[in-house]
Ligand binder design. Structure first.
Ligand SMILES: C[S@@+](CC[C@H](N)C(=O)[O-])C[C@H]1O[C@@H](n2cnc3c(N)ncnc32)[C@H](O)[C@@H]1O
Length: 551
């Protein structure tokens, strides 16, 4: 089995522990002092540090986005990860540092202040005060240029930034995503010349509200001064998301395309992918590309793959295209990802003969059902890690020598009658290959698990659990610098191989005790952290109110 650990989690290692404790106390008055001293300690360069790999950002220590100022190519977590994997028998853990600045191609930023002096940025650690970050070193240069243009528009048109205490104002957040896909430019010039998809989060229920005129005027301003006919041609397209709720979410449910190309293409992992603003997208597209290239090499040719927590399906589609897969099944809970998935699917090379199924479903509900029929399972869960039911299912399949017996025991469990479960089992997107796969009847079970993780602490826990009782065997581990300058999220990929030694009974006992320990961990972690990928501020998490831009 192979497992891919998202670097996101990783980098957090030691520093992550410090951050975690800071986060827990962030609502108390002493928390800021603690946080600051942590940041200060990390700001001290070691004797071998070089300015060539320093963050060198004027916003450091005020903005909550970055917490490592020196040695961006060596996140502190790497040495911990290396030791962790060494202890588990993997001595060749590798780490790719990638680009160190201008890597963030996707940013969600809060908009506060006044129309004369708008603030566009992240929350100061432990507060809900927005820090303006016009010269952010992590942002792709096009993101910073778009923020500058947006601020001009806010001032010229007297747009009112959101006031979250009063719930008033017009513009709450902006999401800016960069595409570097352009066939009219030489490859070497494409990254620097990225164009942005701007999504304005507008404080109204829909396009019929009284403030719509101002919204249209702002969109027209951005298009006139940044669109294809402007001198700079920075803006690819403009969307609006309507959000009036005070709950802990950046986006509401209503999206509308306003100007520019609706489809937003990027080339990653050897395929063309389309990402709608409502779909999950990786912030560091270059690191993601490296991760995909490595991951592909671990998928045997002709595999049947299940991609759980699939988002818009980039990982599964990239292995379908490069590994001659028999079938790839995707399971994703966010229905908004379907549109992006279908568009990307439409550009998969026509010669690829692979059965494809995309399900809008919860991977943790009936996980054995999703695992059946595949020899490779790829998981890329949110920071909280794998759902317990899926971990249990992975342990069950590893401990059963006889796949027929396994299928039989599952089928005997119950005949499913619940209509919503049956509906979820039906693929909402289905492309049949010439070989016509019926994985529902297939007796194959995963032999390879590839775990991509963006939460180091939860990953370690999941990994130890999967390796317990020799249920899975760890083969490879790789780290990728997805978030240089931030300690919190790195991505790491691991490859686990199954063994057939474990006993189901023994495993069940263990999984129960683990569930208890997870519950107690959740007491320390604010609830919304477990629920929402969006919330990054300890303050907001503890208060359970307005969402914070992710870092
Ligand atoms: C870290 S993202 C990975 C997305 C995708 N693999 C990619 O790289 O673009 C995690 C994804 O898991 C989805 N998700 C969260 N909980 C889920 C669940 N219980 N079942 C299925 N998908 C889930 C989220 O909507 C999100 O798209």
């Amino acid at each position: 089995m192979s497992l891919l650990l998202p670097p996101t989690i990783l980098v957090t290692a030691r520093p992550a522990l410090r951050h975690r404790s800071s986060a827990v106390v962030a609502v108390s008055s002493s928390s800021n002092c603690r946080q600051k001293s942590t940041l200060h300690a990390e700001a001290v360069p070691s004797s071998s540090s070089s300015t060539a790999t320093a963050l060198n950002c004027q916003h450091f220590q005020v903005c909550s986005g970055c917490s490592q100022e020196w040695d961006l190519d060596r996140p502190h977590i790497v040495s911990e990860a290396s030791r962790f994997f060494q202890e588990l028998g993997v001595s060749d853990f590798s780490f790719e540092s990638g680009i160190l600045w201008e890597w963030r191609c996707r940013a969600k930023l809060a908009i506060r202040g006044t129309s004369e002096m708008p603030l566009v940025g992240l929350y100061e650690e432990g507060t809900h005060s927005v820090v303006d970050i016009p010269a952010c070193r992590a942002h792709h240069p096009s993101v910073n240029a778009a923020v500058k243009l947006l601020k001009e528009g806010i001032s010229v048109l007297d747009i009112q930034p959101y006031d979250e205490d009063l719930g008033t104002g017009e513009l709450r957040y902006v999401q800016i995503a960069t595409t570097t896909y352009s066939t009219s430019l030489p490859v070497a010039a494409r990254y620097q010349n990225g164009k942005v998809q701007v999504s304005l989060v507008w404080n109204s229920k829909n396009e019929l509200s009284a403030s719509s005129e101002k919204l249209n005027a702002l969109a027209a301003f951005l298009w006139k001064n940044g669109g294809p006919r402007s001198n700079t041609h920075l803006v690819h397209s403009i969307w609006v998301n309507f959000q009036t709720s005070t709950i802990n979410r950046i986006f509401g449910n209503r999206w509308m395309h306003l100007l520019g190309h609706k489809d937003f293409w990027e080339r990653i992992g050897g395929i063309d992918i389309s990402l709608d603003p409502a779909s999950f997208g990786q912030a560091n597209t270059q690191a993601f590309n490296s991760l995909l290239r490595k991951l592909q090499s671990y998928v045997p040719y002709g595999s049947s793959v299940v991609d759980l927590y699939a988002g818009a399906g980039i990982i599964g589609l990239s292995v379908a295209a490069t590994r001659k897969c028999r079938s790839v099944k995707f399971v994703e809970i966010n229905k908004e990802s379907k549109l992006s998935f279908e568009k990307s699917l439409s550009r998969l090379p026509k010669h690829i003969d692979c059965s494809i199924f995309w399900h809008n479903a919860d991977a943790s509900a009936e996980p054995l059902h999703w695992l059946r029929g595949s020899n490779v399972v790829i998981v890329d869960p949110p920071r909280k890690g794998l759902d317990q039911s899926l971990l249990d299912a992975l342990m069950v399949i590893s401990s059963q020598k006889n796949s027929k017996a396994l299928s039989g025991s599952i089928i005997r469990e119950k005949e499913e009658k619940r209509p919503w479960v049956l509906r979820a089992r039906e693929a909402t997107v289905h492309v049949e290959s010439k070989s016509r796969i019926n994985w529902e009847k297939d007796q194959t079970w995963p032999e390879f698990l590839i775990y991509i993780s963006c939460g180091w602490e939860s990953f370690k826990e999941d990994c130890r659990f999967l390796l317990s009782n020799n249920a899975w065997h760890l083969e490879k581990a790789h780290g990728f610098n997805f978030f240089p300058g931030t300690q919190r999220y790195q991505k790491c990929s691991l490859l686990l191989g199954t063994s057939s030694h474990g006993r189901v009974q023994a495993h069940r006992v263990r999984s129960q005790s683990r569930r208890r320990s997870r519950d107690s961990a959740s007491v320390l972690r604010p609830r919304c952290r477990r629920r929402s990928e969006e919330c990054g501020s300890p303050f907001a998490r503890a208060q359970g109110r307005t969402a914070c831009p992710t870092r």
